[in-house]
Design a binder for this molecule. Structure first.
Ligand code: CTP
Length: 433
C-alpha cells in the first residue's frame, strides 16, 4: 500500500473525566472516516468508560500502562508511528502532566514520543480551567505547537454552568481531520486579533409561516469561526438560520434571522473588529408587505409578491471600515450568458471594495449543503489563487492564511508611517492611522 493510500493512524488518548463518554462519539466519527484509531485511556478514564467499549468501537486492543506487550515497545512505537494524537477529554491533570513532560503511563509516554500534530480538547470545571496553573500549562503546550482547543461554555457536570465544557465531538473531529489533511493548519497567528464572521442565510418573512430564503447551510462560516478561535482570535459569530450545527466553542455567538437583524449585529461587532468576514448568504430582496397572520389561499389573487431591495451589508461595512480593518466577502456564482464565474467575481470584488473575495461556483452538487468546498481567492491587489477541493475547515485555513498576510503587511505599512511621523524623543508603541 502506498503512503498516500494507507489508513491514517490516530491515537485517541482519553483522560479521566466525565466527558470521557464523548470520546466514544469522536472514536466512531474517526473510524467511519476510515482511520485506524488506537485508544489509550488513562487508568482514571476507565472508571468512566470500560475497555470493552473502546476495543469494540476501535477494533484495536486497549492498554493503559507500559508493561504490557513489552517486546513491541509500545511506549515508543505507538507515538512514533501516529499521524495524529488526539486527547479527549484533556483533564487539568493530564494537561499538567503533558506540559511537564511526565511519562508515568502509556498515554504520556506516547505524547513524548509523537512527532505528529497533537490536539488536546480540555474539559473541566471553570475554576480549574481558569486556575493560573492550568493557564500556564495550556500556554506552555501551545507554545510547543500542541493545539489545545478552547472549551465550550454551558452545562458542566452537575447543575452548574460555565466555561470548561468539552467542545462538541463533531467540532473536535473536524479539527482532527483538518490536522490530518494539513498538519500546520492551526498556528496561533491570530492571537489578539478580533474577528467577526457572518454565517448561514437570512430569511425575509412573508407571513408568520413563510419566508424568502436560500440554501446556505452555514458550514463554511462556522468552519471559519472555529478555525479562527483555534488560531487564537477573539471571535464573534453572527449566525442566520443554519442547519443543526454545534456552536463553535470559544466564540461569542449572536443569532439573527432577517437581513436587518444581521446588518445591526454586523455593524455592532465590526466597530472594534480587526477582521470582518461576510460568509452569510444575504437575501437580496424582501417582501414589501409582511402579513401578521397566515395568508390564506382565498385572501389574495395569485399576483406576484411585491419585493424591495435589502441593504448591501458588505458594501456598508466597507464604506464604514476603519483604515486597518481587513474585510473578506464571499461570492456564490453560477456563471451565465454575460460571463463565467470568475468574470462575475472580478466585477463583484471591484463593486464591493473588500480586500479579499472568496469565490465558489454554485449549482447542483456544488458548495451549498456539501461537506467539501473549492473555489478561488481574489485579492484587491489583483492576485488570484485557486483553492483545491477540501473540507470547509481546510478552505477556512487558506482564507486565514491570506488574512494573516493582509494584517502583517498593514502593520508593516503602519510602522513605516509611524517612523515617518515620529517626532524626536517620542516613544514607540502608537501607530498613526
Ligand atoms: N451581501 C451583503 N448584503 C447583501 C447581499 C450580499 O452583505 N444584501 C454580501 C454577502 O455576504 C457576500 C457578498 O455580499 O459576502 C456577495 O454576495 P452575493 O450574493 O454573491 O452578491 P450580491 O451582491 O447579492 O450580487 P448578485 O446576487 O447580484 O450576484
Amino acid at each position: 500500500m502506498s503512503g498516500a493510500d494507507r489508513r491514517l493512524r490516530v491515537v485517541l488518548g482519553v483522560g479521566g473525566g466525565v466527558a470521557a463518554y464523548k470520546a466514544c462519539e469522536v472514536l466512531r466519527l474517526l473510524t467511519e472516516s476510515g482511520h485506524d484509531v488506537r485508544v489509550i485511556p488513562t487508568e482514571a478514564a476507565l472508571r468512566f468508560v470500560g475497555t470493552a467499549t473502546f476495543e469494540a468501537l476501535s477494533g484495536n486492543p486497549v492498554r493503559t500502562g507500559v508493561f504490557t506487550d513489552v517486546p513491541e515497545v509500545p511506549h515508543v512505537r505507538i507515538g512514533q508511528t501516529a499521524d495524529l494524537v488526539l486527547v479527549v477529554p484533556a483533564t487539568a491533570d493530564l494537561l499538567a502532566r503533558a506540559a511537564h513532560g511526565l511519562a508515568d503511563d502509556l498515554l504520556t509516554n506516547t505524547l513524548l514520543t509523537a512527532r505528529c500534530p497533537v490536539l488536546m480538547a480540555p474539559a473541566m470545571h471553570t475554576e480549574m480551567w481558569e486556575h493560573a496553573a492550568t493557564r500556564e500549562n495550556v500556554a506552555t503546550l501551545r507554545r510547543r505547537g500542541v493545539v489545545v482547543t478552547e472549551p465550550a461554555s454551558g452545562r458542566l457536570t452537575g447543575a452548574d454552568t460555565g466555561k470548561g465544557r468539552l467542545a462538541d465531538p463533531a467540532e473536535i473531529t473536524d479539527l482532527a481531520r483538518l490536522l490530518l489533511a494539513r498538519p500546520d493548519a492551526l498556528p496561533r497567528d491570530l492571537e489578539g486579533v478580533r474577528v467577526v464572521v457572518s454565517a448561514g442565510g437570512t430569511r425575509e418573512p412573508l407571513d408568520p409561516v413563510r419566508y424568502l430564503g436560500n440554501r446556505s447551510s452555514g458550514k463554511q462560516g462556522y468552519a471559519l469561526a472555529r478555525t479562527a478561535v483555534q488560531r487564537g482570535a477573539r471571535v464573534t459569530l453572527v449566525s442566520a438560520h443554519t442547519v443543526a450545527l454545534a456552536e463553535p466553542a470559544g466564540a461569542e455567538f449572536v443569532r439573527v434571522g432577517t437581513t436587518d437583524e444581521l446588518r445591526d449585529a454586523m455593524h455592532a461587532a465590526a466597530e472594534d473588529a480587526d477582521v470582518v468576514v461576510m460568509a452569510a448568504a444575504v437575501a437580496d430582496f424582501r417582501p414589501v408587505d409582511r402579513a401578521t397572520h397566515k395568508i390564506k389561499k382565498t385572501d389574495r389573487d395569485p399576483d406576484p409578491v411585491a419585493l424591495t431591495r435589502t441593504p448591501d451589508v458588505l458594501a456598508e461595512l466597507v464604506a464604514a471600515r476603519r483604515h486597518e480593518q481587513v474585510i473578506v466577502g464571499f461570492a456564490a456564482e453560477t456563471g451565465d450568458s454575460s460571463g463565467d464565474v470568475l468574470e462575475h467575481a472580478r466585477a463583484k470584488l471591484k463593486r464591493k471594495g473588500c480586500d479579499l473575495l472568496v469565490v465558489n461556483a454554485v449549482g447542483e452538487g456544488k458548495a451549498f449543503e456539501m461537506e467539501d468546498n473549492a473555489g478561488w481567492m481574489l485579492s484587491a491587489d489583483g492576485s488570484e489563487r485557486t483553492i483545491a477541493l477540501g473540507s470547509k475547515s481546510r478552505m477556512a485555513s487558506d482564507i486565514w492564511d491570506a488574512v494573516v498576510g493582509f494584517i502583517r503587511s498593514r502593520r508593516v505599512l503602519q510602522s513605516h508611517q509611524y517612523a515617518l511621523t515620529q517626532q524626536p524623543g517620542e516613544e514607540l508603541g502608537r501607530y498613526t492611522s
